[in-house]
Design a protein around this ligand. Structure first.
Ligand SMILES: [Zn+2]
Length: 82
């Protein structure tokens, strides 16, 4: 992984997917553009980093193309509730 000192202090927002209703789309915490995980066009956002635990996607870091914010998505792992 490359480390850029210049962007070290840039704010990273964290969005917990378990708190999101519906299809998982959520507004960018900074500029409010709707980010949908099903959107693969990379027009609204692009995936910066993925973190996998075993076979499951554990964490995803996105960058909003509109305002440049980084958004870390957590809560992919299924919650053990019944
Ligand atoms: Zn944004």
């Amino acid at each position: 992984m490359m480390k850029k000192a210049a962007v070290k202090k840039s704010l990273i927002y964290t969005v917990d997917l378990t708190t999101i209703d519906g299809d998982g789309a959520f507004p960018c915490p900074k500029c409010g553009v709707i980010i949908s995980p099903d959107d693969e066009t990379e027009e609204v956002y692009q995936i910066v980093k993925t973190k996998v635990k075993g076979d499951e996607l554990a964490e995803l870091t996105l960058m909003c193309n509109k305002c440049g914010s980084k958004i870390r998505l957590t809560g992919f792992l299924p919650q053990p509730e019944s």
